[in-house]
Design a protein around this ligand. Structure first.
Ligand code: SF4
Length: 278
């Protein structure tokens, strides 16, 4: 586990790449993308700054007599859409059921609002973890509002590898059924729950494997357990597929012998299962 954490840190930290140093791969393409994006951003910002200076200087009416009315109309529509969308989102969350377009609202929350709120949160000194926690809660509410019910075959239980006891030598990624049921970690109970409801249980070691599992199993709904960071990225990556997120427990810190609220997982399965669907 310590190695896993170190590996992750190493990936996140810009270190010297030994392959680049050895001349086996070129670092130019990665740098070129970054520099290219930076240059384009600078050009766009420069253009916008020029427009912000030029338009008030010249005056909208002098550019075209209809421009002030057109701009007022566009800005009015944008403000109306934002206010109406926000009100609808708040009402849907409060009502806990689909009032209107809850699926589309979840899309707006996942794709637009969350990244925006992370930036706003930084301005107000809120940690990303806190915002992620709130994001998952809102996402869950919107998933519940869609009133989805699926057959056991289309419901996937997606679990993080850190649930497995660190000393366990059994390989459960790929096939959870390899678990020998010793009871030293929650995998035993999760397997019992998955058999009880006849739903698929999968364990992923990271985001890439999780995405592969989702592509292979083709579920219609996922009940996922993970930390704030992984749940947030998982919900964003798999959108529009509905993901109901449950936070893991971390009595020994992140990524090590973690636990989960099993009753909550079982409650979610019961809620979403529709035994009448074939
Ligand atoms: S319950 Fe299964 S996965 Fe967990 S430690 Fe025992 S054998 Fe390993």
């Amino acid at each position: 586990m310590a190695n896993e954490v170190l590996d992750r840190k190493e990936k996140l930290t810009p270190t010297e790449d030994p392959l680049v140093e050895a001349g086996q791969v070129s670092e130019t393409p990665q740098k070129r993308i970054f520099i290219g994006l930076l240059a384009v951003t600078c050009i766009i910002l420069g253009g916008l700054a020029y427009l912000l200076w030029w338009v008030p200087n010249v005056g909208l009416r002098n550019i075209h007599p209809y421009l002030p009315a057109l701009l007022a109309g566009i800005l009015g529509l944008v403000v109306f859409a934002v206010v109406a969308g926000s009100l609808l989102l708040i009402l849907t969350i409060l009502a806990g059921r689909d009032l209107f377009l809850s699926k589309k609202l979840r899309g707006a929350v996942v794709k637009v609002l969350f990244p925006l709120l992370v930036v706003m949160g930084k301005v107000f000194g809120l940690s990303r973890e806190k915002i992620s926690h709130s994001f998952v809660a809102i996402n869950n509410q919107l998933v519940l509002a869609q009133d989805l019910h699926v057959s056991p075959a289309r419901l996937l239980l997606l679990m993080p590898h850190c649930l497995q006891n660190h000393d366990c030598k059994v390989k459960i990624t790929g096939n959870v059924e390899n678990c020998e049921g010793c009871g030293k970690c929650p995998i035993k109970e999760l397997l019992e729950v998955s058999r009880k409801y006849d739903v698929e249980l999968a364990v992923a070691t990271g985001g890439t494997i999780a995405r592969r599992i989702v592509v292979q199993k083709r579920p219609r709904l996922i009940v996922a357990v993970a930390c704030e960071r992984d749940l947030t990225s998982g919900i964003q990556d798999t959108y529009p597929l509905p993901v109901y997120g449950i936070f893991n427990c971390r009595p020994y810190g992140p990524c090590f012998n973690t636990g989960l609220p099993l009753a909550e997982v079982e409650g979610a399965i019961r809620h979403f299962l529709d035994t009448s669907e074939s």
